[in-house]
Design a protein around this ligand. Structure first.
Ligand code: HGY
Ligand code: MN
Ligand code: MN
Length: 399
C-alpha cells in the first residue's frame, strides 16, 4: 500500500488520480522509482529495446521464469491502481519470499511493460505486443502519438530504450493481478475474479473532410458538413452497441473539429471509435455495419471519410490450468471467487500468445476506472496479493 501511495504521487493530478502518459517525464519518474525498489529487493534488472522492465529473483533452476507484472503508464485521468497494482503486488511477493527466506525452483520475474494504455501511442499493450513478437520494435519506434512525437524520440529522451533485444526472456507462465475496472465483482459481493478471457478490441481513427462555409448564409441542402457527418457516425456506433447488446460496447473518445469555430461549418473532423466484444464474429459484424453506415453518410453528406486502424486484437482465452489455480488459491484463503471475462485490454492477453497465462481481478469501487476516482479497498488488495502469492508459489515450484 505504501508503494502504491508513493507511485501514485508521481504524475499526481490536483483533484486526485494520476497522469503518467507512456514515455512521458512522469512515466520516466515512475519507472525510476519502481527500478529503485527492484534494486532494493536484490533483483536482476533488464530493460529491453521497447523499454519493458524485467526484474528477476533467481530460482534453484536456471530456466524459464514464472512472470507476473503489468504496466505503470496511465491514461490522462487515470487511477492509482490501474496497472500499478500488478507491478507492485509482484514486488510484494518478492519481498515476502525474501523475508521468509524461500528458495523457489523457477526464477520469478516481475515485469513492467511499456505503453499498455495506448492512449498516447496506439496500439495499446504495445510493449507486451513487441515482447511476444506481435509487432517489431522498429515498427513501434515509428509510431507517432497524439502529440505528434514518435515513440523513438520519446523513449530515447527518457532513456528507457534498453539494450536487451525484445523477446529474450523465456517465460514458463504469466499471472497478472489487476483491478476489474468494471462493476461485476462489487455488484455481486465477490472479492476475486478468476479471469478466463479478454474481449476483442477494435480501434479506428476516422477523418471526415467536407467544406467549411458560413454558418449563417449556407442553406442546409448545400452543406458538406464534416461535423454533422461525424456526429451521425458517433450516434450509429452507440446504436450498434444498444442493438447488439451482450458484451458489445462502443466508445467515441476523441473528436477534433476544424476550424472549431462557432460560425464556421467544420470542414475536417477526426474522431476515434473503440468497439469491443467477447465474440470475434459479432465484433466483425459490428465493424462491418459501422463501415456500411459510413459509406452511406459519406455519399449523403458529400464528404470524404478516411479510416486508419489504430488497434485490432481478437478475444483471448486464458489457460484453464492457470484459471483453476487462481480459483483454488482464492478458495484456500476462503475468499469468494468467480470466473469472468475482462472488458479491458491487458498485457496478459499478449503473454497468452507465448505461455500459459491468467489474471486475478479485485473489485473496483463503483465499477469505475480511467477516472481519477478509481478506488479499491486495501483489504481487497491484500486479498488479491495473497491469491497472487499462492498462484505464483504453485507455478514456481512445479516443473
Ligand atoms: O484500453 C484498454 O482496455 C486498456 O486500458 N489499455
Ligand atoms: Mn491496465
Ligand atoms: Mn487502463
Amino acid at each position: 500500500m505504501g508503494r502504491l501511495q508513493a507511485l501514485g504521487e508521481i504524475g499526481a493530478l490536483a483533484g486526485g488520480g494520476v497522469c503518467r502518459l507512456a514515455l512521458s517525464e512522469e512515466d520516466k519518474a515512475g519507472r525510476d522509482l519502481v527500478v529503485s525498489w527492484m534494486r532494493e529487493l536484490g533483483l536482476d534488472i533488464r530493460i529491453d529495446k521497447i523499454g519493458n522492465i524485467f526484474a528477476t529473483r533467481p530460482g534453484t533452476f536456471d530456466g524459464p521464469a514464472v512472470m507476473t507484472g503489468s504496466h505503470i503508464d496511465s491514461v490522462k485521468t487515470g487511477g492509482v491502481y490501474d496497472g500499478a497494482l500488478g507491478v507492485l503486488a509482484g514486488l510484494e511477493v518478492v519481498e515476502t519470499l525474501n523475508e521468509q527466506g524461500i528458495q523457489t525452483h523457477h526464477p520469478l520475474t516481475v515485469a513492467a511493460f511499456t505503453n499498455e494504455e495506448g492512449a498516447r501511442f496506439a496500439p495499446d499493450m504495445m510493449g507486451s505486443l513487441v515482447f511476444v513478437g506481435g509487432m517489431s520494435v522498429e515498427e513501434a519506434y515509428e509510431v507517432v502519438g497524439i502529440d505528434n512525437k514518435s515513440v523513438r524520440e520519446c523513449i530515447e529522451s527518457i532513456g528507457y530504450d534498453g539494450k536487451q533485444e525484445c523477446g529474450q526472456t523465456a517465460v514458463k507462465a504469466f499471472v497478472e493481478i489487476h483491478v476489474e475496472q468494471g462493476p461485476v465483482l462489487e455488484a455481486q459481493g465477490i472479492t476475486i475474479g478468476a479471469v478466463e478471457q479478454v474481449q476483442g478490441i477494435s480501434w479506428q481513427e476516422f477523418t471526415v473532410t467536407g467544406v467549411s462555409n458560413h454558418a449563417g448564409t449556407t442553406p442546409t441542402n448545400l452543406r458538406q458538413d464534416a461535423g454533422y457527418a461525424a456526429c451521425q457516425v458517433a450516434c450509429k456506433a452507440r446504436q450498434i452497441a444498444e442493438q447488439y447488446g451482450g458484451y458489445q460496447v462502443a466508445t467515441v473518445g476523441v473528436m477534433n473539429f476544424e476550424p472549431n469555430l462557432v460560425n464556421v461549418i467544420p470542414n475536417k473532423v477526426s474522431f476515434t471509435v473503440d468497439l469491443r466484444n467477447t465474440d470475434e464474429q459479432v465484433l466483425q459484424e459490428a465493424e462491418q455495419e459501422l463501415a456500411d453506415f459510413i459509406e452511406m453518410v459519406s455519399r449523403q453528406q458529400r464528404v470524404d471519410v478516411k479510416s486508419r486502424r489504430l488497434a485490432r486484437f481478437e478475444p483471448v482465452n486464458f489457460s484453464q490450468k492457470v484459471v483453476a489455480k487462481v480459483k483454488q488459491a482464492a478458495q484456500e484463503l476462503n475468499l469468494s471467487v468467480k470466473r469472468m471475462p475482462s472488458g479491458a485490454g491487458h498485457d496478459a492477453q499478449m503473454l497468452a500468445r507465448i505461455c500459459p497465462t491468467g489474471m486475478i481481478f479485485v473489485p473496483s469501487a463503483g465499477g469505475i476506472s480511467h477516472n481519477i476516482n478509481e478506488h479499491t479497498d486495501s483489504k481487497d488488495i491484500e486479498a488479491g496479493a495473497n491469491v497472487l502469492l499462492g498462484v505464483l508459489l504453485d507455478l514456481l515450484d512445479t516443473k
